[in-house]
Design a protein around this ligand. Sequence first.
Ligand code: 4AD
Ligand code: MG
Length: 474
Amino acid sequence: LRVSEIKEGDGADVLGRDLVVQGWVRTLRLQSSVTFIEINDGSCLSNMQCVLNSEAEGYDQVESGLVTTGASVWVQGVVVKSQGSKQNVELKVNKIVLIGKSDPSFPIQKKRASREFLRTKAHLRARTNTFGAVARVRNALAYATHKFFQENGFVWISSPIITASDCEGAGEQFCVTTLIPSSQDTTDSPVDAIPKKNDRLIDWSQDFFGKPAFLTVSGQLNAETYATALSDVYTFGPTFRAENSNTSRHLAEFWMIEPELAFADLNDDMACASAYLQFVIKYVLDNCKEDMEFFNTWINKGIVDRLSDVADKDVVQITYTEAIDLLAVSNKKFEFPVKWGCDLQSEHERYITEEAFNGCPVIIRDYPKDIKAFYMRQNDDGKTVAAMDMLVPGIGELIGGSQREERLEYLEARLDELKLNKDAYWWYLDLRRYGSVPHAGFGLGFERLVQFATGMDNIRDVIPFPRTPGSAEF
Ligand code: 4AD
Ligand code: MG
């Protein structure tokens, strides 16, 4: 059994049973007649306390100091009531097998290590309470995401990672290169190329894809093609941005969830975003109780109550114009001054959700068209577009979405206005040529959601292997 199963119902169901546990040694206390070993198998936060004495088979390895923190072990024993106050049950060990020794240099010792230090040990940090809990909550959020959309009739589609289009038009794409030795004739297959002495590597990607190719910044445009065939769809996959921002909420590689709703407008989109957020937050509160209690106690005091409120209360909705007015009348000194037409900075976003609305998620809608992407549907005022961002406390922007411009002539005019090459969007324009429908969608940065749900303050600590400027090891 996994430790999580043993601990279920305080262990009452397994009392007296002969069981095997396999995991990694967290702590070890040698006393004169007994030894206590705490084993963690990753299934939950709790360790299995194992009690051994000299009668246990394999005890000599414990006595001689071979079993240390970090080692992997197999233990077999009987579940008994624990004398200690920290746990209800413990394992009275009959046999212990040391599977893998741990060198004394093992860097994850009981003394708490800083998050910065652990980032340099990303291959081992999952063996700590914090990173184990983050991984399980992240997993639960991913499961709840699929559950929400599947139960609401959405079809999951895979959007490509390599693409020639720039969805957001912000010039933040990583280029895909295919390097071959300079001596290689590009008419041959580059796969067989054997580099010669003094070869340089040359970029062959233009020939490979026929045009420059990039890592996707968003799967939205591809999702739209399927939404205009299957109705509601969603993507859930990695996306990439070469933005050189070293902040606690930006990654160069992050996962995005992008639903696209057919026969839908901005109101439907905002309703979907709110229902989704409430569903997944409720899911982790109900299904990750032990880990959430850990975050509540050690990482972000009171987070469970605040999240319960989010799951219960309606999300506030205001317009961009109202948001600007709110910021203008606030007494706050912002680094970036506010006036109608400006893009909201994270200090503004956080003020709105944290202070103006007291920690409630807020959706801001109808942004000026000049600060938003080409595909957003123009409102009748000619100045704004049917865009929406959802802001949450501690993070700022969690979701960005919009109703899409479904009218061919408006979309073409907008591409011209922005001096974008219409030919490159021929397939996207086709969707407006053949059976166009009102449709809308949004993108949610999955790591920001994990941050929001766990209260972890740095985005580098909620993805197993963070990619940021200057860091792509592991
Ligand atoms: O607001 P964004 O740029 O919107 C889009 O990409 C749309 N095409 C989405 C859509 O309508 N289908 O990005 C969406 C979300 C942001 O709100 C943010 O949560 C997250 O993606 N995000 C990032 N997360 C981590 N690191 C980054 N560098 C991020 N950039 C955006
Ligand atoms: Mg955005």
